[in-house]
Ligand binder design. Structure first.
Ligand code: MG
Length: 366
């Protein structure tokens, strides 16, 4: 097998610890001054490489060291396998370990990046080609006092950003004040959404979202606990705002359950939590079949991960609202380059693969 130039010779894992430009950045589930993950490099016998980003997401059950250990285990399984057999490899990993979508996502992305680079095509061409090439930036406003969040929004507006997601914290009156302050600062034409990251009870969520209606929010993300599907449906059925699942939609079968039960109006798709590009496309198709909206949620980490998300956003026909593709713009020391936000927009990279490249000296041994 090692005579096969396409055979996987090495799966390497490099740390990717990116300081946040705002060390006080926090949301309802965590406050960490760094964004932490791993860069996974898959190299073939011929010396071709593909890259994927493995997110550490403790709030999805994926702490940093566990993700690394999983990738290393999967690397041993993949050693010597033909790198073009992506479906077969991912099927094997799914049989080896249930769940563990974050490490699987990195491997899925690295295999697709490798394949697209070898074919000399942008990643999106492996998934049907680009339907759009330019994407407006939507930036997340971390939890702070209302006036400080409004000031943050102003700073980003001055850089061309016209869409914001307001992180809220299960404090009904204060959260409504946060939304009010930001709407007052931004004016009527800026798009606003909220994300409670599970921090409300269902009835508090109904009270909060109803109170935010006068300030025109486009959607309310994950208002209640991820496992409380009845509570989530109660909120969906009770407010005149699109309710979107995020943490409740952390696997293909969960997406199916949400769609089948019409538990939400919309689903936030993330390559990381769904286990890769193939599963993200499948989740989008499930949503389309069931008449549920979807878009690409936040991909926080290296430009490598954001580039994967941009390629997905380019190929999916049903995306109904601005995606969250530009959080890399607030992270420092990115080991990858080739994706930038200009005047509040990011463009689909055109280079082969994901279209971003490792910066010199940032990955061990290269
Ligand atoms: Mg969310």
């Amino acid at each position: 097998m090692s005579q096969n130039a396409h055979a996987i010779a090495e799966v390497r894992v490099d740390p990717c610890i990116m300081p946040k430009d705002d060390p006080e950045w926090k949301f309802a589930l965590a406050a960490n001054p760094n964004s932490e993950g791993w860069i996974v490099t898959i190299a073939t016998e011929a010396g071709d490489c593909g890259y994927g980003y493995a997110s550490s997401m403790p709030h999805y059950g994926a702490p940093l060291d566990a993700v690394r250990a999983n990738v290393e285990d999967f690397g041993k399984t993949m050693q010597g396998t033909d790198s073009r057999a992506i479906a077969a490899i991912l099927h094997k990993l799914d049989r080896q370990v249930v769940g563990n979508n974050q490490p699987k996502s990195a491997i899925d992305c690295a295999l697709h990046d490798l394949q697209a680079r070898k074919l000399g095509v942008p990643l999106c061409e492996l998934f049907g080609g680009a339907m759009r090439t330019e994407f407006e930036s939507l930036r997340i406003l971390p939890i702070k006092k209302p006036a400080d969040m409004a000031a943050n929004a102003r700073k980003l507006m001055n850089k061309g950003v016209r869409h914001f997601k307001i992180k809220v914290h299960g404090e009904v009156d204060l959260d409504i004040a946060r939304v009010a302050a930001i709407r007052e600062e931004c004016g009527p034409d800026v798009g606003l959404t909220i994300d409670a990251n599970q921090s409300y009870t269902p009835k508090d969520a109904i009270r909060a979202i109803t109170g935010m209606v006068p300030f025109n929010i486009a959607l309310a993300e994950q208002p209640v606990a991820a496992g409380d599907l009845r509570g989530l449906k109660l909120v969906t059925d009770s407010v005149p705002v699109v309710v979107e699942a995020d943490e409740a939609a952390d696997s293909l079968d969960q997406v199916f359950a949400l769609v089948q039960g019409r538990v939400v109006d919309a689903v936030s798709l993330k390559i990381t939590k769904l286990g890769g590009l193939r599963n993200t496309v499948a989740a989008a198709r499930i949503c389309e079949a069931g008449g549920i909206r979807y878009r690409i949620g936040a991909h926080v980490g290296s430009r490598l991960l954001a580039a994967n998300a941009v390629h997905m956003a380019a190929t999916l026909p049903g995306i109904w609202y601005t995606c969250e593709l530009t959080e890399f713009d607030r992270l420092l020391d990115d080991p990858f380059e080739g994706l930038e936000v200009e005047n509040g927009k990011v463009r689909l990279p055109t280079a082969p693969g994901a279209g971003v490249t490792p910066r010199a000296g940032k990955l061990a041994g290269r």
